[in-house]
Design a protein around this ligand. Structure first.
Ligand code: GLA
Length: 383
């Protein structure tokens, strides 16, 4: 795939031959959902699906980008980077370039071709991958320094402030720091992280419900506000706290009657999910896979009943997976309201698992599900 992208780039932009190629993977979260923006714990892995970006510096101050999957071309001047409400995908690279400039980094003009195979809009973070690939490409062609953690944070800022989605740090972080064979345990308060090896005989399988995540933007922001409402209530008794990470389950028990019923449920999810991530990491390190799977199941139930971000199709997908004996664990992954489930499946029965999901889901919904498999892969890099 990589060579043909260089060729396409040459044809498209009449290159002089000094083409830089970078890749940035999609991600799946194994456990720890809706905890990142609450300063909590997450455990994602980078996937083999990736955004590949080719680029070359020009002698002017213009940025030209062609997105292969959209068959669309945008160009703009580095001196005038504005949100485009008509070409939404372009706001991801634009936002990153905007933030790099904000940081005082000197940039030159660049031609960019965006390609890759991350399924778009199904919750596997194609947008974070586009952001990270843009940052990395610009870093290569304009030769500046930026650590992977700072790159992740800059990309998150682009998404928060330029694109207008109040996402947490997880997606950009795993995209920058993923490591082959490992999941990444991230403490979103301290930004410290540890690699946790995933056994080789286990495959990660993502099952796409085919339900579009239309609600996810508005409901996502609403969930964030509800968590902030919770923090404001706890703060009355616990001055100075900034997020739900600083609230223990026993603080919660003591103060929960001050919360509205909805906010109570949201906080309960976040606090218990953080505990589950810690337990899940312990289980994985000890090779206790069935324990890990049980925690994935509890995470799903909590997201369904307490955080209310699942949907009937995700629940059904998890139910079908649960009746398959080689499936270690299954849950919705990402923001919710559609998109994919994540499943850990014993390698030797992956085919049978996929067939069972396909047949069961098709029979009960009339939708033929797309199913993707991956092992944990490396984070973004120059090709
Ligand atoms: C989206 C966001 C992440 C995270 C998840 C939910 O993927 O981009 O930051 O909040 O939802 O866990």
């Amino acid at each position: 795939m990589h060579d043909s992208i260089k060729e396409k780039f040459s044809r498209l932009f009449k290159s002089s031959g000094d083409i830089v190629l970078v890749r940035a993977p999609g991600r799946v979260n194994l456990i720890g959902e809706h905890t990142d923006y609450n300063g909590g714990f997450v455990l994602p892995a980078a996937l083999r699906y990736e955004i590949v970006m080719a680029g070359e510096r020009t002698t002017n101050s213009k940025v030209s980008i062609y997105a292969e999957s959209m068959k669309e071309h945008v160009s703009f001047s580095l001196d005038k980077i504005e949100y485009d409400k008509d070409v939404l995908w372009a706001n991801y690279p634009k936002g990153v370039i905007f933030m790099l400039k904000e940081r005082g980094i000197e940039l030159g003009g660049v031609n960019i071709l965006i390609s890759g195979d991350i399924p778009i809009g199904v919750g596997l973070s194609s947008s974070a991958a586009i952001e990270v690939a843009t940052a990395l490409l610009l870093k290569e062609v304009s030769r500046f320094c930026l650590s992977p953690v700072d790159m992740a944070k800059l990309c998150q800022r682009a998404e928060n402030e330029f694109v207008g989605v109040r996402c947490g740090l997880m997606d950009q972080f795993i995209c920058c720091l993923g490591k082959r064979g490992n999941a990444l345990f991230i403490d979103c308060s301290t930004e410290e992280y540890e690699f946790v090896p995933l056994p080789e005989k286990i495959n990660i399988v993502m099952c796409n419900t085919g339900v579009s995540r239309e609600l996810s933007g508005s409901e996502y922001n609403r969930r964030r506000e509800e968590c902030e409402e919770g923090v404001a209530v706890f703060r009355r008794a616990m001055p100075g706290i900034e997020n739900l990470r600083q609230v223990s389950l026993s603080d919660f028990e003591g103060l929960k009657t001050h919360l509205s019923p909805t906010v109570q449920k949201r906080c309960e999810h976040v606090l218990s999910e953080n505990e589950r991530v810690l337990e899940a990491v312990r289980a994985l390190r000890k090779g206790e896979l069935s324990q890990f799977g049980r925690l994935m199941g509890e995470s799903h139930t909590s997201l369904r009943d307490k955080y209310e971000v699942s949907c009937p199709e995700l629940d059904l997908m998890v139910e079908i997976a649960g009746s398959f004996s080689g499936c270690i664990g299954s849950r919705m992954t990402g923001a919710g309201f559609g998109g994919c489930t994540v499943n850990l499946v014993e390698q030797e029965v992956v085919r049978q698992f996929m067939e069972k999901i396909r047949e069961g889901y098709l029979r009960r919904t009339g939708i033929e599900p797309e199913i993707y498999t991956s092992e944990p892969c490396d984070g973004a890099g120059v090709v």
